[in-house]
Design a binder for this molecule. Structure first.
Ligand code: G6P
Length: 369
């Protein structure tokens, strides 16, 4: 096992650091610099097929569900088709309105999760078209779906998913761009903007990982906390959910993610002196709103750590600490912020002495209901 860890103390850190390569591998051959299209393996989702689809569902569990939320955002924003992202264990029992005009996208790292598989079978029975996004060739999900889009993340061993998640995000963006191009809902210029931003992500994640020792220092100062709140709006909210899940899974610290604007409807009652808040403020169109949410919690004594894009200076005046990510198109920030949150969770767990790669009560793949 030590040999497989390649000198790393934990698989999780190794896999976090493998992300630049995993992202690159997932895009190479699909997003080419000089082509205004996405080359999506054998997936037959051309204009004709898409015109027959009036609803898209994304169904998954855990981390893959969070990738599905970003997928909903991207498909709705780029392609203007309504998308519902559902947790598989809910989808399968809610008598979903699925028929032969539905596209059901099933996201699963392992391709073996029982609830996800049951959702796939249900949707298939109702005549829906099934597209799987999975990391494991030959997995049950990949065999039962009509089409498969592989995340080329390589084997993921740590229970807490990292590189599988970021490569799922890339697949979601590529799919959204593809659908949007086919339907003519985006311009070539917009396509190029997002394509180029996606192609920059490996390099940016590498940059971010170089500063991991700053994050370790932060973790060493904060590992004793017993509750953490992650705040965000829009895409940042989805990233907050994934960051919060990572922290819970491996550090056993209570943590919640909130849509920042919703705080005042209840959760703010929990904020007291010293409560640790991680506020994601990368979305230009929501930046001012987020700053004002940060002020609300600061005024109640919270310790606020913000994550923002480089060049956003005002955030420094409001937050106690700021981690910056290199500037990138707002639509793709989930790919570049999450490594920071993965590292926060990782170093906090290490400082607390938990079994990082095999956290209590959790399994890498849940193959029973
Ligand atoms: C388990 C793992 C999670 C994972 C979820 C879905 O709960 O601990 O990390 O996100 O299953 O797994 P899948 O293989 O379907 O993506």
């Amino acid at each position: 096992e030590d040999a497989e860890k390649g000198g790393y103390r934990h698989f999780m850190l190794k896999e976090i650091e493998e992300q630049p390569k995993a992202l690159k591998d997932t895009m190479t051959s699909r997003l080419l610099e000089d082509q205004d299209q996405v080359i999506l393996d054998q997936i037959k989702l051309g204009k004709k097929e898409l015109q027959n689809i009036n609803r898209i569902f994304i169904v998954a569990c855990g981390t893959a569900y969070h990738a599905g939320l970003v997928g909903k955002y991207a498909i709705e924003r780029f392609a203007r088709i309504p998308v519902e992202t559902e947790v598989a264990s809910e989808f399968r029992y809610k008598k979903p309105i699925v028929d032969e005009h539905s596209l059901v996208i099933v996201v699963s790292q392992s391709g073996e999760t029982a609830d996800t598989l049951a959702a796939l079978r249900l949707a298939k029975e109702k005549g829906a078209r099934i597209l799987a996004i999975t990391n494991v060739i030959g997995s049950t999900v990949s065999r039962e779906a009509d089409n498969v889009l592989y995340t080329w993340a390589g084997p993921e061993i740590a229970v807490a998913s990292t590189k599988a998640y970021t490569t799922q995000l890339i697949c979601m963006y590529m799919l959204a761009l593809h659908i949007a191009l086919e339907l003519g809902t985006i311009s070539v210029e917009f396509f190029r903007e997002i394509r180029d931003a996606l192609k920059q992500t490996p390099q940016m994640v590498e940059e971010i990982l170089k500063h991991k020792h700053d994050i370790q220092k932060f973790a060493d100062h904060n590992f004793n906390t017993n509750s953490v709140f992650f705040l965000g709006r829009g895409l940042d909210y989805y990233t907050a959910m994934e960051g919060s899940l990572k922290l819970k899974e491996i550090s056993y610290i209570h943590s919640e993610a909130y849509a920042a604007g919703e705080l005042k409807h209840g959760t703010i009652a929990l904020i007291e002196k010293g409560t640790l808040i991680i506020a994601l403020a990368t979305q230009q169109e929501l930046y001012e709103k987020l700053l004002s949410n940060m002020k609300e919690v600061k005024a109640r004594g919270a310790h606020v750590v913000a994550i923002a894009q480089e060049g956003h200076e005002e955030v420094k005046k409001v937050a106690d600490e700021v981690f910056y990510i290199p500037r990138i198109n707002d639509h793709v920030t989930p790919v570049t912020i999450i490594p920071i949150l993965q590292l926060i969770a990782y170093y906090i767990a290490v400082a607390r002495g938990t079994d990082v790669d095999k956290p209590r009560n959790l399994a890498k793949s849940v193959t029973v209901e």
